[in-house]
Design a protein around this ligand. Structure first.
Ligand code: NAP
Length: 538
């Protein structure tokens, strides 16, 4: 790598990423009078909503809570058209925010950060981009996202495919034509499910290569008219506080009553009611024991299996689509629309890659242990190196030149997912050990974490010493607390990106804080109130 010797551009803060986090961090830090620049590798605003423009992409959070709360004017002006908005609408919303608050003038696109060095003598970060441009900033804010670094499957011949081939996280801006094509898709997570249910009736033939079936919930999407929007707007003043006081940052939360204190018939009634709501409330607004108690979890798992099974005509196909070896909700539960009905179609084939492994990918086909599947197009919905991936992709060197990648080689360590000891004034959002995408409605936790960071930056600017970092001891305590909370749940028993099991060689541990976004928010507030006892200033 060439490191340019050009004079670095001097900033108070450099924000990396122009998604939900980066836009808000830019807005907040600029509001406090800092000279801020946001750099973004893409050519447009949106982060996740810029890159993941695959067919069927939409939020699983309702639009009423998948937004910013900081401006009443924004809340009044923006009109959501659906309960669960599609990618294009969310991307439009973020562009609207960028224009309304004149953020674009402080965003530099086409700029990928490759390296960040902490200079101990000046207590500043020297940041280098792929083009050799350099920035010197007192504060570095990583708005790089928890689900950014996409991964291709580790299958022989993956690079040999000669037909059209797309990873969902790099979907082209130009329309993709499916007509008359034999399409193969690998991956049946939240992304794969959205793609499959959207393209099944547009292709000549679709072959779905599934490794692990998922528990899902049918989405009840609704178009919103003026009357519906007016009603929702009336709830905003309550909602903007409420989302910070619920387990997962949503409008709904677990009930007060315990699973075992509720008679079985009443439990069933509640489950049916939540199921009809058609949102993630079935998962995170039923009983909290679903996360921690095998018996409670089994009841939920059986209920979902029963619902899914009833929609699939062929018993042999149903057996492949019904999860049996892990519990409901211990990995991300996607919302779906007519997903299982896809497998009743004549032009769709389901290949279970556990009983029939993919042997290799060829120029025009996929060879499995049992057959050769001719294909014109391959779609990879194979997910992300979550949590750590986007951070370790950058050569981040803290005190003593220690690479973050090396500091984490024995396992991730952070203080509340916000900072790492040895990396002063580097702040992270949606990072490991905070309640990010897995257990939090992303905009809720993004806003809470950016607000905390903004206050902390202001605190540092009021001190004689210019850099803040958590002590190693505080970090060790947080890691222990994080792990204790994780171990009290059923989540570590299940393989998923939550545990890092989707990445070969990645040290397995729960990447996300499972204690609740509400509890986490309170703990962050307490740190501030106590005057940052867990930190040192240098
Ligand atoms: P993912 O949940 O990690 O799913 C990746 C899929 O690819 C899994 O089905 C995985 O199988 C499969 N896979 C990977 N390598 C494979 C291989 N070598 N052979 C066969 N199958 C392979 O990724 P994702 O679907 O992109 O979703 C990631 C996260 O993004 C979600 O959990 C969610 O948090 C977020 N998301 C949200 C929305 C929404 O809000 N609507 C939509 C999309 C994504 P295994 O399960 O066996 O590993």
């Amino acid at each position: 790598m060439t490191v340019s010797n050009s004079t670095p551009k001097i900033l108070d803060a450099l924000v990396i990423g122009a998604g939900f986090t980066g836009l808000y961090a830019l807005y907040r830090l600029r509001e406090r009078g800092l000279k801020v620049l946001t750099v973004e590798s893409g050519t447009g605003i949106g982060g996740t909503w810029y890159w993941n423009r695959y067919p069927g992409a939409r939020t699983d959070s309702s639009s009423t809570v998948y937004q910013y709360w900081f401006s009443d004017e924004l809340l009044q002006e923006w009109n959501w058209s659906e309960r669960f908005p599609a990618q294009k609408e969310t991307e439009r919303y973020l562009n609207f925010v960028a224009d309304k608050f004149a953020l674009r003038k402080d965003i530099q696109f086409n700029t990928r950060v490759t390296r960040a060095d902490y200079d101990e003598s000046s207590a500043r970060w020297l940041v280098t981009t792929q083009n050799g441009e350099r920035f010197s900033a007192q504060f570095l804010v990583m708005g790089t996202g928890g689900l950014t670094k996409f991964v291709m499957p580790n299958i022989p011949g993956v690079e040999d495919f000669a037909g059209e081939s797309h990873h969902t996280a790099r979907w082209p801006k130009e329309p993709v034509d499916f007509a008359g094509k034999r399409v193969g898709i690998i991956g049946t997570g939240a992304t794969g499910i959205q793609v499959i249910q959207t393209i099944a009736d547009k292709v000549d033939h679709l072959t779905v290569f599934q490794r692990t079936p998922n528990y899902t919930i049918p989405m009840r999407n609704l178009k919103l008219d003026d009357a519906a929007r007016a009603e929702l707007r009336a709830s905003y003043p309550t909602l903007k506080t409420r989302v910070h006081n619920t387990f997962a940052g949503f409008e709904y939360d677990f009930g007060e009553r315990g699973f075992f204190d509720t008679p079985p018939a009443e439990r069933r009634r509640l489950m049916e009611e939540l199921w009809q709501d058609g949102s993630l409330s079935f998962w995170i607004a039923g009983f909290r024991e679903v996360f921690s108690d095998e018996r409670a979890n089994r009841e939920f798992s059986d209920f979902v299996r029963e619902k899914i099974g009833a929609r699939i005509n062929d018993a042999a196909i149903a057996a492949k689509l019904l999860p049996t070896d892990y519990g409901f909700g211990t990995r991300r539960v996607p919302l779906e629309t007519n997903y299982f009905e896809v497998y009743n179609r004549d032009n769709v084939t389901l290949v279970d890659t556990v009983s029939e492994p993919i042997v290799k990918i060829n120029a025009h086909s996929v060879t499995t242990a049992a057959r050769e599947v001719p294909l014109d197009m391959m779609i990879y919905a194979t997910g992300f190196d979550a949590g750590t991936g986007a951070l370790t992709a950058i050569d981040i060197r803290g005190r003593g030149g220690v690479l973050l990648k090396d500091a984490w080689s024995d396992g991730v360590r952070t203080f509340m997912g916000l900072q790492v000891s040895g990396y002063p004034n580097m702040f992270m959002v949606m990072a490991p050990m905070s309640p990010s995408a897995a257990f939090c409605n992303v905009p809720t936790c993004v806003q809470q974490q950016v607000d905390w960071i903004t206050d902390t930056v202001e605190f540092v600017r009021g001190q004689a010493r210019g850099a803040i970092e958590p002590t190693a001891e505080a970090e060790t305590k947080w890691v222990a607390h994080h792990n204790e909370v994780a171990e009290a749940t059923l989540v570590p028993k299940t393989k998923s990106w939550y545990m890092g099991t989707n990445i070969d060689g990645k040290k397995q541990s729960l990447l996300v804080y499972a204690g609740g976004a509400n509890v986490y928010r309170q703990l962050c507030d307490d740190v501030k109130k106590r005057g940052y006892e867990e930190f040192t200033l240098t």
